[in-house]
Design a protein around this ligand. Structure first.
Ligand SMILES: [Zn+2]
Length: 444
């Protein structure tokens, strides 16, 4: 309640103008979000969504670049000196065939609320592109609608690499980093619907999240008649079962503080019952809190498959696929806290001990640049579930738009003092070249 009493009290003239512009366009923003909700598209193929975002940003007289990592849309004004803040919105929907709004062909639906992010991003663009607001900033701002946040599975990756020339087809942000589309970004600003249970309107900061590695495991055995001469065969299904048993028994060796999760999926498990199965295709995903934790757990998983294959006389063919990097925790920056207070929203701040076992490709960005983040309320049902839907348009579309715009303004006003301070303190793990090298070293 304390926050509500203070609403707007400390806002300057520009901040009031930012809020007024977004309020004046609230209906348009809601329609924008709901149109995208009705037309979900899958990762790297978000053509309609991307075109809609690009048209809107062109309407604000921004220079718009399209086709980045296939569907990415980035609008900039780069001519202003000072740090660049890039506001990010995610274009893709998630596979959820049971969702009432799922696309009948692709089976994807906006069950992760990315349509709300896009509405928030264009709402922020509306306010920040205003001439007076823009003149008050000592830095540049970009609006970046990015493809494919949701995990792309192995089969689709091959097609993307082969037909679309996508170098890092596992995730949109990673491919954008690879092609240099983030080279001009100093600070990224991201948002999402709440990903962990939070009662408050806003959860400020970037909580630590698991990263993961992924691999395709092809188990080769030897076919033989299943009844006449099974001893002449090598049973690939039995190798898979043994490996999975070993992985189960290894779980006690996973460190609690690494939050390790192992997921296994059988894509192909033999052709006919009358023959000893000679081929099984599996996908394995290993999650952990740190890059080292992922590598340690993955080594154990690999050993389990190799050992099972050796015991039965089979063979493992392994293809290491790119995963997501963990999110490096970032406490709420003061710009975010001030913006939430200005707007009278209830909020909670990220604690250093908070951790989310799920993963996002925002993690990759956090290894290169400071990523300021907040999540928001305003929906019901479970994330990625058939019952997910936005129920409070003000909290899910309008409040995040104001948060993005006000935070950006606070970072870049007064000689961009807050942005410069963040950049002074930030220690990157990789630059672009080192990042690309790291991914190659883990996927070849
Ligand atoms: Zn999401």
């Amino acid at each position: 309640m304390d926050a509500i009493c203070r609403r707007g009290e400390n806002m300057d003239k520009i901040e009031r103008k930012i809020e007024a512009i977004i309020d004046a366009h609230a209906k348009e923003l809601i329609e924008f979000a709901e149109d995208i909700y009705r037309h979900p598209e899958e990762g790297f193929y978000e053509e309609r969504t991307a075109a809609k975002v690009a048209d809107f940003l062109r309407g604000l007289n921004l220079k718009v670049h399209t086709g980045l990592a296939r569907t990415g849309v980035r609008a900039d004004w780069m001519e202003q000196d000072g740090p660049n803040v890039t506001i990010i919105g995610e274009l893709d929907a998630i596979g959820c065939r049971e969702h009432p709004m799922a696309d009948s062909v692709t089976g994807v639906a906006h069950a992760c609320g990315h349509h709300a992010q896009l509405a928030a991003m264009i709402g922020a663009a509306l306010a920040l592109a205003d001439e007076e607001v823009r003149a008050s900033l000592s830095g540049s701002v970009s609006f970046f609608a990015v493809p494919a946040e949701e995990y792309i599975d192995a089969r689709k990756r091959e097609k993307l690499a082969r037909e679309e020339n996508i170098g890092f087809p596992g995730t949109g942000k990673s491919e954008l980093i690879r092609v240099g589309a983030f080279d001009h970004t100093d600070i990224a600003l991201t948002t999402h619907v709440h990903m962990v249970p939070v009662e408050e309107d806003l959860y400020l900061g970037n909580p630590s999240c698991n990263g993961f590695s992924s691999e395709l495991v092809i188990i080769r055995g030897k076919a033989a008649h299943a009844a006449i001469s099974p001893w002449e065969g090598v049973n690939a299904v039995n190798i898979a079962a043994s490996a999975m048993n070993m992985i189960g028994l290894m779980r006690e060796t996973f460190r609690d503080d690494e939050h390790v999760r192992v997921h296994s999926l059988v894509r192909e498990g033999g052709e006919v019952l009358n023959s000893v199965p000679d081929k099984v295709v599996m996908e394995e995903k290993v999650r952990a809190k740190t890059l080292k934790g992922i590598e340690d757990a993955k080594e154990k998983i690999d050993r389990a498959f190799d050992a099972a294959a050796m015991a039965f006389g089979g063979k493992i063919i392994r293809k290491n696929l790119q995963g997501y990097m963990p999110v490096r925790v970032r406490k709420a920056d003061s710009a975010l806290v001030e913006a939430a207070r200005d707007l009278g929203a209830t909020y909670r701040e990220v604690e250093l001990t908070d951790h989310n076992n799920a993963s996002t490709d925002v993690g990759d960005l956090t290894h290169l640049m400071p990523v300021l983040n907040f999540t928001f309320r305003g929906f019901e049902g479970s994330l990625h579930g058939a019952d997910f839907r936005i129920t409070d348009t003000d909290t899910a579309y309008i409040l995040p738009a104001k948060m993005l715009a006000l935070t950006t303004y606070k970072l870049l006003r007064k000689n961009a003092a807050q942005a410069r301070e963040i950049l002074r303190e930030f220690e990157p793990v990789f630059d672009r070249e080192a990042y690309v090298r790291y991914i190659h070293s883990r996927t070849e």
